[in-house]
Design a protein around this ligand. Structure first.
Ligand code: THU
Length: 149
């Protein structure tokens, strides 16, 4: 079931994501991204994209925000808001969808930008039939039933 996002919380998340985008370290792509996540406790955690001279090491804003939330004891993500200072909204990349799935398989995902355009969806719509923790526990159950040779 997806989480019901109230307007005041959504506004706070958007504000936090917008502020985080200002801190973006993106000298290579020049593409600023900010993200804010709502943890199971109701607290908000923000993050930005952090690039590196070794390009492949860039970390997306969504993952920075989620790793910060988890580092602060959250294990459930209810909502992720992505902000880019662009005319159209930006959706989370595939790697970020996978990381959101770990902590919020039914999370609400909102993309906001400099125009009034918004996309609001859920992680299970963005990443149907996702690979996740349940696959590993299913494998552990089936291998524990196997006879030792
Ligand atoms: N980026 C994000 O922060 N989130 C996404 O979901 C897509 C891409 C960042 C990574 C990189 O710093 C820049 O945007 C260009 O790809």
């Amino acid at each position: 079931m997806s989480f019901k996002l109230t307007l005041p919380v959504r506004r706070r998340l958007e504000k936090a994501a917008r502020a985080a985008a200002k801190a973006s370290y993106s000298p290579y792509s020049k593409f600023r991204v900010g993200a804010a996540v709502l943890g199971g406790s109701g607290k908000i955690y923000a993050g930005t994209n952090v690039e590196n001279a070794s390009y492949g090491l860039a970390n997306c804003a969504e993952r920075t925000a989620i790793f910060t939330a988890v580092s602060n004891g959250e294990q459930k993500i209810r909502c992720v808001v992505v902000f880019t200072p662009t005319p159209v909204p930006t959706m989370p990349c595939g790697a970020c969808r996978q990381v959101i799935n770990e902590f919020g398989p039914h999370a609400t995902v909102v993309s906001a930008c400099n125009s009034a355009e918004r996309i609001e969806t859920t992680l299970d719509r963005l990443q149907p039939a996702a690979f996740g923790p349940k696959n590993l526990s299913a494998a552990a159950v089936s291998s524990s039933g196997r006879k030792a040779r």
